[in-house]
Design a protein around this ligand. Structure first.
Ligand code: NAP
Length: 307
């Protein structure tokens, strides 16, 4: 069992910021990356609202800057996934990954969230063969193709706009007649000649034969159903927190978001949380960075108090 002072679970903006702060405080943090180094922003195309980048940047570029920054001060980044946590007896906490086992005096949980599923027939079956949750990852495979995007928020608009680089057409299916997305992305989506909207509609089934071929949608106002032919379906209907590992150990709300106090601490002393795992409201890179910083400062103080 390897002994650590502090382990940071997750390597998105919250985790990497916590790493920068705890490393500068000479706590020698170990970051366990999770399945994707950088978390959700590593699959985000354009980032236009992160301070300090007036011309915008990309998710992967920002991750690379943050990773370098964390490593510069001595953070160690382990590319692995946590498979089990045992917080029951208090500090030190036990953590298992696929390849290792650790004991850590303090923990900062920054494991983020994952794309929400529609939960309709065909969705899981056609993942990788037409169904995708990431335009940046898969858009390239849909050159001159007909694409559907499901959702009405900022993510859906961002995906739709990005996909117009490749696709012949992009039709957005939204369950209401009004977008949730903010004004800027809404305006850009409405102005894009390749994007059209199918309002008041929900996906009933994704159908295919080898690859996705069509989607059956139902109009929630008229109850009419129609089949839309498509080569790809990009689902962007929000996220759910990755808190399953902590079920029964850490307090969470009914949606699974970890509950923290105003010092970013969970119900277990020495276990802190930051970023989207505990933030159902803001979910921005800038807020995750702030929360990661706050959690690191409070974890440092907590460790100091224990000595
Ligand atoms: P979101 O804001 O929660 O939007 C989810 C969208 O999916 C909503 O339009 C919702 O419909 C729809 N939806 C949810 N469940 C559904 C279901 N089962 N079937 C069909 N439709 C469903 O999520 P998001 O777009 O991922 O954004 C998350 C946060 O990140 C937001 O705070 C957003 O502002 C931020 N964000 C910002 C940017 C940016 O500024 N560049 C980019 C991406 C995300 P309803 O509208 O009817 O609820």
């Amino acid at each position: 069992m390897k002994k650590e002072k502090i382990i940071i679970m997750g390597s998105g903006p919250a985790g990497l910021t916590a790493a920068i702060y705890t490393a500068r405080a000479t706590l020698d943090p170990l970051v366990i990356s999770g399945s994707q180094l950088g978390g959700q922003i590593s699959i985000t195309s354009e980032v236009e609202n992160y301070p300090g980048f007036p011309e915008g940047t990309t998710g992967p570029e920002l991750v690379e800057f943050m990773r370098k920054h964390a490593e510069k001060f001595g953070s160690r980044i382990l590319v692995d996934e946590v498979t089990q946590v045992d917080l029951g007896k208090g500090s030190p906490f036990h953590i298992k990954t696929h390849a290792d086992e650790f004991e850590s005096e303090a923990l900062i949980v920054c494991v983020g969230a994952s794309p929400r599923r529609l939960g309709v027939p065909g969705e899981e079956e056609w993942i990788g063969r037409g169904v995708s949750f990431c335009a940046t990852c898969d858009g390239f495979f849909f050159r001159e193709k007909e694409i559907l995007v499901v959702g009405g928020g900022d993510s859906a608009m961002e995906e739709a706009i990005f996909l117009t680089r490749f696709a012949k057409t992009v039709r957005v299916i939204h369950r209401r007649d009004e977008l949730r997305a903010g004004e800027t992305l809404k305006r850009r989506a409405f102005a894009n000649p390749k994007i059209s909207f199918i309002w008041d509609s929900v996906v009933q089934e994704v159908m295919g034969n080898g690859n996705v071929e069509a989607v059956r949608v139902r109009n929630v106002k008229t109850e009419e159903e129609q089949e839309l032919t498509a080569d790809g379906v990009f689902i962007a209907i929000g996220h759910i927190p990755n808190s399953a590992l902590f079920q029964g150990q850490l307090d969470m709300d009914s949606r699974g978001y970890l509950l923290t106090d105003d010092q970013m601490q969970t119900n277990i002393p020495g276990v802190f949380a930051a970023g989207e795992i505990q933030d159902p409201t803001y979910r921005q890179i800038a807020t995750s960075v702030g929360q990661g910083c706050a959690a690191a400062i409070m974890a440092e103080r907590w460790l100091e108090e224990q000595e």
